[in-house]
Design a binder for this molecule. Structure first.
Ligand code: F6R
Length: 263
């Protein structure tokens, strides 16, 4: 894992936007895996800015979101469909017919999960997946205890996740109990994964997944098994890492190597 520690959340967003832009310049019809939540918002804002400035085009891009609540209509103010359209898709030159999210209103949820997996496969797989991390170490809605080989499926949310996400709802009782989520195994098939974390509230989860053992109790730790993961942190989220100096040193060398090779 490449661990990049930056001073603040704005720098994290710009770095993540750089990774997206570099990929899309090389591969204009890239397949992107997208996340919702507070963490990637700054990245989406930065990508919108660059799109408006003519620096990058999403015209040929395909996207797949990680997850969607079960039972919320897609036009509900807190559905992930609404989140993505309001915060990203309507502001960029993307073809929305190529923007995919699981259908949380499907009558046959198991079939919907299979359909979603097939759609990703048919698109040739995900080139770049962006992830946030839950304070309990979840990625997408793969809560602690999730199989590290899991595929897209219906998952019950933990009480902690529902409490964390209740800030977006009127009351805790309004937060759905169930979601469709890509599995850990699905996520691990992306070619490149970039996980963002900002703020001290993520510091324990970050330490556990970067420096702890691979364990289904910390689903993000499965990323240790992936050959191309970039973890971009602000200093708050990096606050409990025990090998911070080493990560900074490795990153400095990596940057030197890249500037020599012209990347
Ligand atoms: C959202 C998702 C979740 C969030 C995580 C962190 O699509 O998959 O795993 O990334 O819950 O959420 P924030 O960024 O709001 O702290």
């Amino acid at each position: 894992m490449r661990i990049v520690i930056l001073p603040d959340a704005a720098s994290v967003s710009r770095r993540a936007a750089d990774v997206f832009c570099q990929l899309i310049k090389e591969l204009p019809d890239a397949v992107l895996g997208l996340a919702t939540g507070g963490t990637p918002l700054g990245t989406y804002n930065e990508l919108v800015r660059r799109n408006r400035a003519g620096e990058i085009s999403f015209a040929e891009v395909t996207t797949f979101n990680l997850d969607e609540y079960v039972g919320l209509p897609s036009n509900h103010e807190q559905s992930y469909h609404t989140f993505m359209h309001q915060n990203f898709f309507t502001h960029i030159d993307i073809d929305v017919s190529r923007c995919h999210l699981p259908d949380g209103e499907a009558t046959d949820l198991a079939l919907e999960c299979q359909r979603y997996e097939k759609l990703i496969d048919d698109a040739g797989g995900i080139d770049l997946q962006i992830l946030g991390i839950g304070s309990d170490g979840h990625i997408a809605f793969n809560e602690p205890g999730s199989s590290l080989a899991s595929r897209t499926r219906v998952k019950a949310l933990t009480q902690q996740t529902r409490i964390d996400n209740s800030r977006f709802f009127h009351a805790l009782d309004d937060v759905p109990r169930v979601a469709i989520t890509m599995g850990v195994g699905t996520i691990l098939e992306a070619d490149h994964i970039i996980l963002l974390a900002t703020g001290a509230s993520k510091a324990t989860a970050v330490r556990d997944f970067v420096e702890g053992p691979v364990s289904s109790m910390v689903p993000a730790s499965a990323l240790q098994l992936h050959p191309q993961v970039t973890v971009v942190l602000d200093s708050g989220a990096a606050g409990q890492l025990t090998r911070r100096e080493y990560y900074d040193y490795v990153e400095q060398i990596q940057c030197e190597l890249e500037s020599k090779s012209g990347n």
